[in-house]
Write a protein that binds this ligand. Structure first.
Ligand SMILES: O=C[C@H](O)COP(=O)(O)O
Length: 249
């Protein structure tokens, strides 16, 4: 009942020319796919060409961040409206790299989620614990704070299309993946927390797993009942690997 969603988070990779090359490779490969939502999230400088080149295809485009204000004296920032008018459909919010290196907090995540919805974008909101937190037995507490504070004030009617990405920080770019069972257990917990906010509609919210997802491990992760897709970094940068991830079955 939940349509799988496979998204590539390109992070700080590919200029606009490399973006066009990737899109020209991937769109013919994935043309026939309709059972999975496909999203690429290039850097800001590539979004213009990415939305233009993917227009009319089944590949959707997302940004990797946004700012919550619509306009004004905020040097270096990008608004949701700017992304929407470019043709973006999604925006990643609260990635652990933004939390770790750029001061993102649950409070700013919350403001950005609301701004994304106001602009008509679907937020992909990242949550996840560090290795230290996992080893200290704090997974539940960490996820609970991130969801309760990050998603404060949301409701099923206006914000039910939100996508959550569970990304244990210790699995990102490390080659160390959560086991499918570990990941699913976290997803079950997240869905329980979502039901406090969205009620029964939490059953329809898609929860992606992220952290060293590769063509070799995607099938077993996707076989888990509460894993509804993946947010993929490194392995989403090559068209051939990304095609395999989208065709995970
Ligand atoms: O947003 C994507 C995640 O940070 C995962 O990155 P990775 O697939 O390179 O581990």
């Amino acid at each position: 009942m939940r349509k799988p969603i496979m998204a590539g988070n390109w992070k700080l990779n590919k200029n606009h020319l490399e973006t066009l090359t990737f899109i020209d490779e991937i769109t013919p490969l994935l043309r026939d796919v309709s059972a999975v939502d496909i999203v690429i999230c290039p850097p800001f400088t590539s979004l213009n060409v990415a939305t233009a080149r993917t227009k009319g295809t089944n590949v959707k485009v997302g940004a990797q961040d946004l700012f919550w204000e619509k306009s004004g004296a905020f040097t270096g920032e990008i608004s949701g409206d700017m992304l929407k008018v470019l043709g973006c459909d999604y925006v990643i919010i609260g990635h652990s790299e933004r939390r770790q290196y750029f001061g993102e907090t649950d409070e700013t995540v919350n403001k950005k989620i609301l701004a994304a919805f106001t602009a008509g974008l679907i937020p992909i909101v990242c949550v996840g614990e560090t290795l230290q937190e996992r080893e200290a037995g704090q997974v539940e507490q960490v996820l609970s704070t991130q969801i309760r504070e990050g998603l404060q004030g949301l409701n099923a009617q206006e914000h039910g299309k939100i996508v959550i990405a569970y990304e244990p920080v210790w699995a990102i770019g490390t080659g160390r993946t959560a086991t499918p069972e570990q990941a699913n257990a976290a997803h079950v917990l997240i869905r329980k927390l979502l039901s406090e906010i969205f009620g029964a509609a939490a059953q329809d919210i898609r929860i992606q797993y992220g952290g060293s997802v590769k063509p070799e491990n995607v099938k077993e992760l996707m076989a888990q009942p509460d894993i509804d897709g993946a947010l993929i970094g490194g392995a989403a940068l090559q068209a051939e690997a990304f095609e395999k991830l989208v065709r995970y079955k």
